[in-house]
Design a protein around this ligand. Structure first.
Ligand SMILES: *Cc1c(COP(=O)(O)O)cnc(C)c1O
Length: 485
């Protein structure tokens, strides 16, 4: 199956528009005007701007080519573990662009925003149902922002109970944003190690849990792509000492319709609408990180909240224990529309099937590449699987060399060197939207690269060779970006 989605041909050089400019060349050629020409007073207009002089085709080609330098999930498979780069159905974009929604103004007042408020209210209800929580806020603008909201609520809960605590337990398989969010709330992170099979052991939690610990932050499924199956017992240990359990639910696409985090001991959890609920992301674009909470934390949710009274919807600010406002107005409404459209078009069964497919696809990759790449935790995974370069290291080939070579085969590389618990991690999340054909091509490419690592390792050291720019100095590329083409 030597079919590569990529090709080395037809990659054009793209000089700057100024270099292509030719005096007198013009984008439009209209018939000569029959209105007499008169010069404007140049003291009013100033000098004409120094714009390149080009024909229409030059401009169209320039921007079309630049757009082709970009890689996105609309161009091909994007197996970036922990990021859920799945395909986003275009119908969600159509709904978000509807004039009544896209043109809604946040200052028009509740009375004239009933449709938008109803959408938000219903979306909160859907997410509460999917996660098993009592209440949801849609306000946080991203996953990490949701974590901050959750940690602020935990902080407010302990303050309300009369005694603030100083520490948070964070396992080594938590997402990197977790300790950062905890420390923004003034908590000190207590790191604990996961057990030999990649999940948390209750004994590790009970060894550190005390009455000065505000709670634990658990990423579930964790960053090894494994389900924390001791979560109920861990939650009991934390609750017994008065702590709370924060769940990082960014990986919800593995368990939608199958596990409700609110029913397994988790008190507060964020979702990533821009991962699980089908919104394009990457490039720092807008996201949305709703947070679900159990009843005990409901009073602390950010304001404004959306409430329904008979058939009328309203923003409510009168919540004395609230952690306050986290965002202007009510967060990223455009993302909420996409998630709402996605949930409605999928239905409950569709969401459950999506999770099953995400898990099936990841296990297919894991089983197919096991032996080609080293698999440190050899057990059924959830939506992603983590390999490393232990086999290729014998030929001095690293995860980075293989990731770079994948570009020559026409694939965006997976996540590399994360999670930190695995040395030289190579973390693949195929997602539920890739077909078997694409996944097979990816598997073929990785196997071909592993063969090169054995037979012609020097080929990998220079990779990529078929891309527009070849091996970059990663540090200089990040620190001294060349933004001028
Ligand atoms: C992506 C991710 C986050 C952070 O989400 P952002 O929207 O990028 O802030 C947190 N936890 C996990 C497990 C993630 O995958």
């Amino acid at each position: 199956m030597d079919q590569r989605p990529g090709t080395s041909g037809l990659i054009f050089n793209e000089p700057q528009l100024w270099d292509k400019s030719r005096k007198g060349r013009c984008g439009i050629s209209l018939p000569r005007s029959d209105v007499e020409r008169s010069e404007m007073d140049s003291s009013l207009t100033g000098d004409a701007p120094d714009l390149p002089q080009l024909c229409e085709m030059d401009v169209v080609r320039h921007y079309t080519r630049l757009s082709q330098w970009n890689f996105g999930v609309d161009s091909g498979m994007y197996p970036l573990g922990s990021c859920t780069m799945k395909y986003n159905p275009k119908t969600n974009e159509v709904q978000a662009a509807r004039q009544g929604l896209a043109g809604a103004h946040p200052l028009s007042g509740d009375q004239f925003s009933q449709g938008a408020l109803k959408l938000m209210y219903n979306l909160e209800q859907f997410l509460a149902q999917i996660t098993g929580f009592d209440a949801v806020t849609l306000q946080p603008a991203a996953g990490a922002h949701g974590e901050l909201a959750g940690m602020l609520m935990i902080h407010a809960y302990h303050a309300k109970n009369g005694r603030q605590r100083s520490k948070i337990i964070i396992p080594d398989t938590a997402h990197g944003t977790n300790p950062a969010s905890a420390s923004l709330c003034g908590y000190e992170s207590v790191n604990i190690k996961s057990g030999p099979d990649g999940i948390l052991e209750p004994s590790a939690v009970s060894a550190v849990m005390d009455e000065d610990t505000a709670g634990i932050m658990v990423t579930n499924p964790n960053t090894l792509g494994l389900f924390e199956s001791n979560i109920k017992e861990i939650a009991q240990i934390v609750h017994a000492k008065g702590g709370l359990v924060y769940g990082d639910g960014a990986n919800m696409n593995a368990i939608m319709g199958i596990v409700k985090p609110g029913e397994i001991g988790i008190d507060v959890l964020h979702l990533n609408l821009h991962k699980t609920f089908s919104t394009p992301h990457g490039g720092g674009g807008p996201g949305s990180g709703p947070v679900g909470v159990v009843k005990a934390l409901e009073p602390f949710l950010p304001v404004p909240r959306v409430e329904k009274n008979l058939d009328t919807y309203a923003f409510v600010n009168d919540c004395p224990d609230s952690i306050g406002r986290l965002h202007t107005f009510y967060g990223h409404f455009g993302i909420m529309i996409r998630a709402y459209a996605y949930i409605l078009s999928m239905g409950g069964k569709g969401l459950t099937d999506a999770s099953k497919l995400a898990v099936l696809n990841a296990n297919y990759v894991k089983e197919s590449l096991k032996g080609t790449l080293n698999l440190p935790y050899d057990k059924p995974c959830m939506h992603e699987c983590v390999f490393n370069d232990a086999i290729q290291q014998q030929n001095h080939i690293t995860t980075m060399d293989m990731a770079k070579r994948l570009l020559d085969y026409g694939f965006h590389p997976p996540t590399v060197y994360f999670p930190l618990v695995v040395d030289g991690a190579f973390m693949v999340e195929p997602t539920e939207t890739e077909s078997k054909e694409y996944i097979d091509q990816f598997i073929y490419a990785v196997k071909a690269i592993a063969k090169e690592a054995r037979n012609t390792p020097e080929k990998l050291k220079n990779a990529p060779v078929m891309t527009k720019v070849t091996r970059l100095d990663e540090v200089s590329a990040a620190r001294k970006p060349c933004l001028r083409g």
